[in-house]
Ligand binder design. Structure first.
Ligand code: C2E
Ligand code: MG
Ligand code: MG
Ligand code: MG
Length: 278
């Protein structure tokens, strides 16, 4: 019986592995068409200045409206886009779309409006000086570098060689700011906070989720905020869902908040209403 079971097991795994491979292949194929078929759009989530409630910043978050599967989360397709290299073209699209939107909102709503764009480590691996085209594009739009923030993760800094370091410096020289995303979930080595010039640090939502006056997570948030401020870095707390979390973070001196308490990521038209109200 044990032998039969073993055979069944193998059979089962073979089929499910085939299915997984097939699903992945379909996803890759569909992803190849998504750009030309214009199936991507950007959602914008406000980054709120906690002491004033002002909305002068937003994070652009990609959305994929699949023709048959509906809305697919970036968590499900960004990793595939990264391993296949498709993130390069997708990333270019995100940048252009977000920059153009920022230019509009700068003129119409707030002349210091800033757009945050997630940049994958894969986008830093090309030696084609692609970032120079970004600067050129900003010039064409009449956007100063300060209107763009790139969000990177700890992993990028962890194995940053000359290529990555050089690009980060070029971004800074162009006035573009840098935000360290998902802080606390990676290697959280403090040495690169010293080594790289970082403007914003985003406390990961896994810390804000369980905030309460007596939780260890509050102590961690407080410590991160004090440390960041001493280094001249502003802090953004991600994933704020309740007023209590917001109050605790404000009391801890956190500069900005982002989360469902203020707004979910929304389409451009919807976001514009938030700007109008703020
Ligand atoms: P991220 O950059 O850390 O973005 C924050 C994520 O948290 C977003 O998920 C956002 O919708 C979600 N979020 C915001 N507030 C709350 C809250 O109060 N509660 C909860 N539970 N979640 C909240 P989203 O849009 O699904 O994006 C997931 C990840 O996909 C992003 O994490 C980012 O790493 C990646 N991503 C999204 N857009 C892009 C893009 O244009 N390029 C690249 N390379 N990556 C992207
Ligand atoms: Mg981000
Ligand atoms: Mg994050
Ligand atoms: Mg993330």
């Amino acid at each position: 019986a044990a032998k039969d079971q073993g055979r069944n097991c193998r059979h089962y795994f073979t089929i499910s592995m085939q299915e997984a491979a097939l699903t992945r292949m379909r996803l890759i194929n569909d992803l190849r068409n998504a750009l030309v078929e214009r199936q991507f759009w950007l959602a914008y989530q406000p980054i709120v200045e906690l002491t004033t409630g002002f909305i002068h910043k937003a994070e652009a978050l990609i959305r994929w409206q699949h023709p048959t599967r509906g809305l697919i989360s970036p968590a499900d397709f960004i990793p595939v886009a990264e391993t296949t290299g498709m993130i390069i073209d997708i990333g270019e699209w995100v940048f252009r779309e977000a920059a153009q939107q920022a230019a509009q909102w700068r003129t119409k709503h707030h002349n210091e409006f800033q757009i945050s764009i997630n940049k994958s480590p894969v986008q830093f691996q090309k030696e084609d000086n692609g970032h120079l085209a970004w600067f050129e594009h900003l010039r064409e739009l009449g956007l100063p570098g300060e209107s763009v923030v790139i969000e990177i993760t700890e992993g990028l800094l962890m194995d940053a060689g000359a290529l990555i370091t050089g690009q980060l410096l070029a971004f800074r020289d162009a006035g573009i700011q840098v935000s360290l995303d998902d802080f606390g979930t990676g290697y959280s080595s403090l040495s690169y906070l010293k080594k790289f010039d970082i403007d914003y640090l985003k406390i990961d939502q896994s810390f804000t989720r369980n905030l309460s006056p007596d939780a260890n997570d509050l102590a961690l948030c407080e410590a991160i905020i004090v440390m960041a401020h001493k280094l001249g870095i502003k802090v953004i707390a991600e994933g704020i869902e309740t007023q209590e979390q917001c109050d605790l973070l404000m009391a801890a001196g956190c500069d900005y908040g982002q989360g469902y308490l203020f707004s979910k990521p929304v389409a451009a038209g919807e976001f514009e209403k938030l700007l109008g109200a703020g």
